[in-house]
Write a protein that binds this ligand. Sequence first.
Ligand SMILES: [Zn+2]
Length: 330
Amino acid sequence: MVTQAISNTSLMCRLKDVIPVHSAQGPTALPNSSAFIASRLTPTTFLVKEYDDIYSEQPYIYVKLIQQLNTIIVVDTGCGGTSSNPNIEIKRLREFLETVRIEDNDGRPLNEGRRMKYLVILSHCHYDHILAVEQFSDSVILASGYSPEFLRPSKLPEHSLCQELGIETPSYSPNLVDHMHRVLSSDGKQTSMTIMHSPGHTPDELAVYDEDERMLYVGDTLYENAPIIFPKEGSIIDWMETVDELISFVGDKESQSGLAVKINAGHETAGQPALQVLTSAKGFMEDVLRGSEKVQRRWTKRGEETVMYEQDGKRFALICPERLIAEARK
Ligand SMILES: [Zn+2]
């Protein structure tokens, strides 16, 4: 998401519905001592929230356990566990996954005893999705191959926004994958996951579709209840094409199966009806482009005139360089 200027909902609200759970016989973790909390989304998939990071990003990390393939898929790695609470003990995502007992996982850690091999998929290279990636340097890391230039190590400090924040850029070597890449386990077996290029938010933004559970992961392409943010490297033209493609993809999957697809974003939105969220977000962007939404705020960010729009009811909002809107209107 990469906010700074806007804080979205009150933290107290968030904490009420997401209480860290450790069983009474938990080995190391005490209540509230972890920078993360996990809850079950599906029979195999958990939402891990980094709920109080110092950057106020509150990123969503998705973890899928594929026991039969001995594989644990981690979609995004969050902000590195740097919590606003100085008393937090467990800051490393990997330690959380391997040691903290999760009530929704029958009281066991998600990757107890490191039994499963990690496979990391990065939705894009913004710092709030990659700051813990070095903890997985022994694992396969997948990223979009849409624009290898954008992910060049020499460009990463700028494109990850780490430089802007004055923090160290993680060092990692992703495998850059094609559009519609079928994700394989570490021993080469097919998983139910497919990676799609979804440029717009950034050139390297990707989406992941889990065929088994009809779950679509969209990173920062869109979410509800907090501003959808485009950095200056983004493109609303590409975003529109991506959202159209995702709408048609989800429509096909739903008509083939007769069952609904759910959408999971990098912030705020998880387990919602995909088609409804995608079409509503597209409708909001169309309103912005045709001028029926009014600019609510403007300021300069990274050297560009930046504007904010917000829907009545605040479900969707947008922050982007004004230039991106002008380009998309042409
Ligand atoms: Zn982002």
